[in-house]
Design a protein. Structure first.
Length: 100
């Protein structure tokens, strides 16, 4: 997994997510359009994106576009802006919303 966090400049203020807020991630590149590819625990939120921790079983790559549903929000298109491996089983991801 690559780490692009250092080159990513934050453009909005981050704040802690509500406890136990989940994100459901659907990878657009996958041919199977049904179901969810990954679920993560949201750690930070911002006006233009969010950070989460997810298992590496189906972790999207940097610059990959996904459909994400954060908590009670509507599903939105988002792009992975950084991926930092925590250990062999989990990674911290940063997403930037592609829609206003």
């Amino acid at each position: 997994m690559s780490s692009d966090k250092e080159s990513f400049k934050r453009q909005s203020i981050r704040f802690e997510a509500d406890p136990n807020t989940l994100v459901y991630i659907k990878r657009i590149a996958f041919k199977d359009v049904s179901g969810i590819d990954s679920i993560g625990l949201v750690t930070t939120e911002a006006g233009k994106g969010f950070g989460c921790i997810t298992l590496n079983t189906s972790c999207p790559e940097v610059d990959e576009e996904c459909i994400v549903k954060v908590g009670e929000l509507h599903a939105l298109r988002a792009k992975v802006v950084y991926c930092q491996e925590i250990d062999e089983h989990s990674s911290k991801l940063g997403f930037q919303y592609m829609e206003e």
